[in-house]
Design a binder for this molecule. Sequence first.
Ligand SMILES: *Cc1c(COP(=O)(O)O)cnc(C)c1O
Length: 377
Amino acid sequence: MTIPFYDHTVLYRELKPELDAAVARALEGGRLDWGPELPAFEAEFARWLGVAHAVGTNSGTAALKVALLALGIGRGDEVITVPNSDIGSTAAIHHAGATAVWVDVEPDTGNIDPIQADAAVTPRTAAILPVDLYGHPADLPALRAVAGRHGLAIVEDACLALGAAIGDRRVGQWADVTCFSFAPSKHLGGYGSGGAAVTADAALARRMERFAGYGQDRARHYREGLAAPPLEHRCEGLNERLDELQAAMLRVKLPHLRGIVDGYVERAAAYSEALAGTPVRPPAVRPDNVHTFRNYVVHLEERDAVRRRLAHDGIATGLHYAPPLHRQPVYRETAAAKRPFPVADRLGTTLLSLPIGAHLGDDDCRQVAHALAAAAS
Ligand SMILES: *Cc1c(COP(=O)(O)O)cnc(C)c1O
């Protein structure tokens, strides 16, 4: 038995005729720069989420960076976030010119602790950047109260949480900007790199488009006629756009997204059911939250030994995200890393991420759970 961590080819084979046709359409259409696929995808993605505006970017990291730049956050500003995430959450803040201020997380969800976020606010704080770890929403109602009290923006890293919700309000509808990733292994996985930033604010969406597209107004490129107007750079933009081929393929996958997300949730339920009555505790889900389980993560005292035993049984596992950022070579000598993060540290030494995705049958989930329970007892 070999169970890989994830396998994009299962869905590719299911959707191959449509995906191949979409690639051919984009290539034969002759407009790979400022073509029709990107704005079409953005409109469809925004509709799926129930938000007003989506801006396609070439990664989740780029979406975070473009969001911060468009909010005017940069040198001299502080942004409060967590150390137990993808490096993109913190790197985007620093590449925008601002300073990341890490705070510790809640032990059950691993998400930012709103009380500690509140305590970390200074006169320089411009925003809070919560991460919806593994697909479980951060405590957005509490964070909005903190942000409202101090006049801060919320830029949400929902790269793992497409389809998640709190109550009847989807992730995407809570923050000033919510950022998603279309990396191949995410819920809406592209075939390369991609991301999006969504917002209810039309002017902010236009600024994000500019920062992602050379500082130019998008509309300039969509005018009819052979004589394009002169170049006009309205801000110091980058080239961080979602490309036409990714947009074309993501448009094929989007109508299947509900089913894809449900597939993760069903496999998580199969894991949790199979783990009931074993020493391994299934992940917590807060009441009223929809957790979409991009990762199914358990916590084990003897994590490394269990991991080796599972590898011996042919079962791949992951470590998202360990060691946490304050223990990484790039940050560990900085002043920020000297502060204590006892919860993030403890989660980092115990977490184990199980394989999940369309390549796992119910039997596979049961086998993995049984192997895990055996290895952990
Ligand atoms: C995947 C991910 C990112 C980065 O997304 P990319 O598309 O790889 O740049 C950022 N934050 C979190 C929490 C992620 O899971």
